[in-house]
Design a protein around this ligand. Structure first.
Ligand code: AMP
Length: 123
Protein backbone atom coordinates (compact mmCIF):
# COMPACT_ATOMS: atom_id res chain seq x y z
CA UNK A 1 0.00 0.00 0.00
CA UNK A 2 1.30 3.47 -0.88
CA UNK A 3 2.27 5.62 2.06
CA UNK A 4 -0.27 8.32 2.93
CA UNK A 5 -0.28 11.47 4.99
CA UNK A 6 -1.76 9.39 7.83
CA UNK A 7 1.37 7.21 7.90
CA UNK A 8 3.34 10.40 8.46
CA UNK A 9 0.99 11.34 11.32
CA UNK A 10 1.39 7.85 12.83
CA UNK A 11 5.16 8.16 12.58
CA UNK A 12 5.01 11.67 14.13
CA UNK A 13 6.66 13.08 11.01
CA UNK A 14 3.93 15.70 10.75
CA UNK A 15 1.91 17.11 13.65
CA UNK A 16 -1.66 16.26 14.55
CA UNK A 17 -3.93 17.14 17.44
CA UNK A 18 -4.13 13.69 18.99
CA UNK A 19 -7.21 12.90 21.10
CA UNK A 20 -6.56 9.21 21.79
CA UNK A 21 -3.88 6.63 21.09
CA UNK A 22 -3.36 2.98 21.93
CA UNK A 23 -1.47 0.09 20.36
CA UNK A 24 -4.12 -0.39 17.64
CA UNK A 25 -5.50 3.03 16.79
CA UNK A 26 -4.99 6.78 16.74
CA UNK A 27 -7.66 9.50 16.93
CA UNK A 28 -6.82 13.05 15.88
CA UNK A 29 -8.68 16.21 14.89
CA UNK A 30 -9.55 16.67 11.22
CA UNK A 31 -7.57 19.55 9.74
CA UNK A 32 -10.70 20.82 7.93
CA UNK A 33 -13.45 20.36 10.52
CA UNK A 34 -17.06 20.04 9.35
CA UNK A 35 -18.54 20.12 12.87
CA UNK A 36 -17.58 21.64 16.24
CA UNK A 37 -15.89 18.31 17.00
CA UNK A 38 -14.58 16.47 13.92
CA UNK A 39 -11.90 13.87 14.36
CA UNK A 40 -10.63 10.81 12.54
CA UNK A 41 -9.97 7.39 14.02
CA UNK A 42 -7.44 5.33 12.09
CA UNK A 43 -5.96 1.89 12.60
CA UNK A 44 -2.20 1.80 13.01
CA UNK A 45 -2.24 -1.04 10.51
CA UNK A 46 -2.39 0.50 7.04
CA UNK A 47 -5.52 -0.64 5.18
CA UNK A 48 -6.26 1.35 2.01
CA UNK A 49 -10.05 1.13 1.76
CA UNK A 50 -13.05 -0.66 3.25
CA UNK A 51 -12.69 -3.08 0.33
CA UNK A 52 -9.33 -4.19 1.70
CA UNK A 53 -10.60 -5.13 5.17
CA UNK A 54 -10.21 -8.87 5.81
CA UNK A 55 -11.74 -11.28 8.32
CA UNK A 56 -8.56 -10.86 10.39
CA UNK A 57 -9.36 -7.14 10.74
CA UNK A 58 -12.81 -7.61 12.29
CA UNK A 59 -11.76 -6.78 15.85
CA UNK A 60 -9.56 -3.93 14.70
CA UNK A 61 -12.34 -2.29 12.70
CA UNK A 62 -14.78 -2.71 15.59
CA UNK A 63 -12.22 -1.09 17.84
CA UNK A 64 -12.35 2.08 15.76
CA UNK A 65 -16.01 2.55 16.71
CA UNK A 66 -15.24 1.97 20.37
CA UNK A 67 -12.54 4.66 20.22
CA UNK A 68 -14.95 7.02 18.46
CA UNK A 69 -17.60 6.58 21.16
CA UNK A 70 -15.07 6.96 23.97
CA UNK A 71 -13.64 10.23 22.64
CA UNK A 72 -17.10 11.71 21.97
CA UNK A 73 -18.18 10.76 25.50
CA UNK A 74 -15.07 12.43 26.92
CA UNK A 75 -16.22 15.63 25.19
CA UNK A 76 -19.70 15.30 26.75
CA UNK A 77 -21.37 14.99 23.33
CA UNK A 78 -22.47 11.33 23.30
CA UNK A 79 -26.06 11.77 24.46
CA UNK A 80 -26.99 14.53 22.00
CA UNK A 81 -25.77 12.31 19.17
CA UNK A 82 -23.15 12.32 16.47
CA UNK A 83 -22.20 10.67 13.19
CA UNK A 84 -19.49 8.28 12.12
CA UNK A 85 -18.67 7.88 8.44
CA UNK A 86 -16.10 5.84 6.53
CA UNK A 87 -15.81 6.90 2.89
CA UNK A 88 -14.73 4.38 0.23
CA UNK A 89 -13.06 5.20 -3.07
CA UNK A 90 -13.98 8.00 -5.47
CA UNK A 91 -17.77 7.91 -5.30
CA UNK A 92 -17.63 7.61 -1.53
CA UNK A 93 -15.53 10.76 -1.39
CA UNK A 94 -12.37 9.09 -0.08
CA UNK A 95 -9.24 11.21 -0.52
CA UNK A 96 -6.78 9.53 1.86
CA UNK A 97 -6.21 5.83 1.18
CA UNK A 98 -5.71 4.65 4.76
CA UNK A 99 -9.10 3.81 6.25
CA UNK A 100 -10.41 6.34 8.73
CA UNK A 101 -13.61 6.76 10.64
CA UNK A 102 -14.82 10.36 10.51
CA UNK A 103 -16.54 11.38 13.74
CA UNK A 104 -18.70 14.53 13.63
CA UNK A 105 -20.32 15.90 16.76
CA UNK A 106 -21.56 19.05 18.42
CA UNK A 107 -24.26 20.19 15.98
CA UNK A 108 -27.32 18.74 14.22
CA UNK A 109 -26.14 17.09 11.02
CA UNK A 110 -28.04 17.10 7.72
CA UNK A 111 -28.98 13.98 5.79
CA UNK A 112 -28.59 12.87 3.03
CA UNK A 113 -25.06 14.23 2.59
CA UNK A 114 -25.44 15.17 -1.08
CA UNK A 115 -23.10 17.74 -2.54
CA UNK A 116 -23.32 19.32 -5.99
CA UNK A 117 -20.40 17.15 -7.12
CA UNK A 118 -22.22 13.96 -6.13
CA UNK A 119 -25.46 15.21 -7.72
CA UNK A 120 -23.60 15.68 -11.04
CA UNK A 121 -22.67 11.96 -10.97
CA UNK A 122 -26.33 11.03 -10.47
CA UNK A 123 -27.70 13.18 -13.29
P1 AMP B 1 -11.71 11.40 3.20
O1 AMP B 1 -12.04 12.46 2.20
O2 AMP B 1 -12.88 10.65 3.72
O3 AMP B 1 -10.60 10.50 2.70
O4 AMP B 1 -11.16 12.19 4.46
C1 AMP B 1 -9.84 12.62 4.59
C2 AMP B 1 -9.86 13.63 5.70
O5 AMP B 1 -8.52 13.82 6.12
C3 AMP B 1 -10.40 14.99 5.29
O6 AMP B 1 -11.52 15.32 6.09
C4 AMP B 1 -9.22 15.93 5.54
O7 AMP B 1 -9.61 17.18 6.03
C5 AMP B 1 -8.40 15.14 6.54
N1 AMP B 1 -6.98 15.46 6.57
C6 AMP B 1 -6.13 15.52 5.50
N2 AMP B 1 -4.90 15.81 5.92
C7 AMP B 1 -4.95 15.93 7.26
C8 AMP B 1 -4.00 16.22 8.27
N3 AMP B 1 -2.71 16.47 7.99
N4 AMP B 1 -4.42 16.26 9.57
C9 AMP B 1 -5.70 16.03 9.87
N5 AMP B 1 -6.65 15.74 8.97
C10 AMP B 1 -6.29 15.69 7.68
Amino acid sequence: MAETIFTKILNKEIPAEVLYEDDLALAFKDINPQAPLHFLVIPKKPIATINDITQDDRELVGHLSLVAAKVVAEHGLAEQGYRTVMNCNEFGGQTVYHIHLHVLAGKPLGWPPYTDKIKQHLE
